[in-house]
Design a protein around this ligand. Structure first.
Ligand SMILES: Nc1ncnc2c1ncn2[C@@H]1O[C@H](COP(=O)(O)OP(=O)(O)OP(=O)(O)O)[C@@H](O)[C@H]1O
Length: 347
């Protein structure tokens, strides 16, 4: 059974179509990241699932229950869904424990049981010793954990995150990514996580949904999104990569032989492409070697552990980024060995 299912969902705001016919299942216990450029409809999807907005067309199900169509909507508080925003929406005049206890008090849970439940979730989010701290005495990451604890205490079956780490610095973001992964493992709660940060999406989710202009481009596990993007838009949005034009010479099974400026290489392909295609070459699948695609060094920049080398292929206008352990000289002639390539569908 799917915890959440959206069917042919359309949301219009005046002339803007924020969601343009999206159908998607979010299985129980899954961790889905919604990824895409600004304005692609990620937040709108969350708001429709949470019940803050009504669909213009289509339906939303929680389990077997229809909770929203254009005519009727179950109110947010009746959906048992937790929401964590980038602005933490905490009560500044209450301490940490009072903030976390708030949903239980609002639901009139017997007060005797509340402190133990609050203490348990504060332990889960790593704030065991902070119960009596005031909110304004906490760091951004700690506030985010309080917001998370408040969702967990209510035992919501689903937690929606809207860019929860957007306000935090790089180190805190990395630490919070670990916290979210851990909490998902320990609680098994169904998570839908909106981000425009692809590294966050790839690291956290068991499935990444890439959206553009209100439509779904691809929904797949992170590795598949990265290695086998469904189209040029996904290939361009996720990860560093090179899109090179080539000609199909032959194919068998799910492998195609592609000719790039007189050099042939084997590439994974979804179907049986013909004629001119675009091939995705990730930098880590490329190596400067004795044999391979002939190229000329355009630029070599040291970026931490490796040199990022920009190369010109024999065919005019075709460039490649390659990671090299050694600096190369501009103008140097090299060859590039290719260990993995993907023919991008439809390009
Ligand atoms: N209340 C509203 N009234 C009018 N237009 C809206 C409203 N909410 C969203 N939109 C429009 O709908 C589209 C999708 O917005 P949405 O907030 O879902 O995008 P997003 O992918 O979450 O973007 P971001 O990453 O910038 O938050 C945008 O063009 C936005 O301007």
């Amino acid at each position: 059974m799917s915890e959440i299912r959206v069917e042919s969902l359309i949301k219009r705001y005046g002339d803007t179509t924020a969601l343009d016919g999206v159908s998607l299942d979010f299985p129980e216990g899954s961790f889905t990241a919604l990824l895409g450029p600004s304005g692609c409809g990620k937040t709108t999807m969350l708001r429709l699932i949470a019940g803050f907005e009504a669909p213009s067309e289509g339906r939303v199900f929680l389990g077997d229950a229809l909770v929203a169509d254009p005519k009727r909507q179950l109110p947010p508080e009746a959906r048992n869904i937790g929401v964590v925003f980038q602005s933490y929406a905490l009560w500044p005049h209450m301490d940490v424990a009072e903030n976390v206890a708030y949903p239980l008090k609002a639901r009139r849970v017997a007060s005797a049981g509340i402190p133990a439940r609050v203490a348990a979730v504060l332990d889960i989010v790593g704030l065991g010793g902070f119960a009596k701290r005031r909110i304004d005495e906490l760091s951004g990451g700690q506030r985010q954990r309080v917001a998370l604890a408040r969702c967990l205490v209510a035992e919501a079956g689903v937690i929606l995150f809207d860019e929860p780490l957007a306000n935090l610095d790089m180190h805190l973001r990395a630490a919070m990514v670990d916290v979210f992964r851990d909490i998902h493992r320990r609680t098994g709660v169904t998570i839908v996580y909106v981000t425009h940060d692809q590294t966050e999406a790839l690291a956290l989710a068991d499935r990444v949904v890439v959206m553009s202009k209100g439509r779904l481009l691809q929904a797949a596990p992170p590795q598949e999104i990265y290695r086998s993007p469904a189209d040029v838009a996904v290939a361009g949005f996720v990860g560093r990569g090179n899109l090179i034009s080539g000609n199909t010479v032959d194919h068998w099974d799910r492998t195609s032989i592609i000719d790039i400026a007189g050099h042939r290489l084997a590439a994974r392909s979804r179907d049986k492409p013909a004629g001119t295609v675009k091939v995705l070459l990730r930098p880590e699948a490329l190596r400067i070697a004795a044999e391979g695609l002939p190229a000329t060094v355009l630029d070599s920049v040291y970026r931490g552990p490796v040199h990022e080398v920009r190369l010109a292929l024999a065919e005019p206008g075709q460039h490649l980024l390659v990671d090299s352990t050694e600096a190369l000289t501009v103008g140097q002639r090299v060859h590039v060995a290719v260990s993995d390539a993907w023919v991008v569908p439809g390009a």
